[in-house]
Design a protein around this ligand. Structure first.
Ligand code: DQA
Length: 148
């Protein structure tokens, strides 16, 4: 268990990421979202951070949770917005509307994929991006959050 005062890092996951493990494993790997949560919790404990991991297929939930991250004084947000990354001006605005630092995370490397994935509204507003390392992208992003 982290110490009660351990700062919290929100880990927000967007559409279709609930299907990790069976969803296109050649691209996204075989870890489920629960597997990734477990790895993050182990590493967070060592960094004296707490993880609040969530997933939604609905854009508005992600926006509400970004606002909540600021309201609850979270240390940072790791955000894998899935396909909303490439479409959502509302997420861009939400990230810019809060002071909480947001780190964009992707399992795959969108720049090495279809052209429609080369634009990232999340990345335009985020503090930084970690992509292409599979489940390890989340762990690398957590290290970055710990250093903020
Ligand atoms: C993703 C990349 C996005 O382009 C895609 O729509 C996803 C997953 C990733 O983690 O690699 O849903 O965010």
């Amino acid at each position: 268990m982290p110490a009660p005062e351990a700062p919290t890092v929100f880990v927000l996951n967007g559409p279709n990421l609930n299907l990790l493990g069976t969803r296109e494993p050649a691209i996204y790997g075989s870890d489920t979202l629960d597997d990734i949560a477990g790895k993050l919790e182990d590493r967070a404990r060592a960094l004296n951070l707490a993880i609040d991991m969530r997933q939604s297929n609905h854009e508005g939930h992600l926006i509400d949770w970004l606002h909540e991250a600021q309201a609850s004084d979270a240390r940072a947000v790791l955000l894998n917005a899935g396909a909303f990354t490439h479409t959502s001006v509302a997420l861009y605005d939400a990230i810019r509307s809060i002071r909480t630092p947001v780190i964009e995370v992707h399992l795959s490397n969108p720049h090495a994929r279809e052209a429609f994935r080369h634009v990232s509204y999340v990345g335009m507003a985020a503090k930084g991006t970690i992509a292409g390392f599979g489940a390890a992208s989340y762990l690398l992003a957590l290290e970055a959050a710990a250093g903020l």
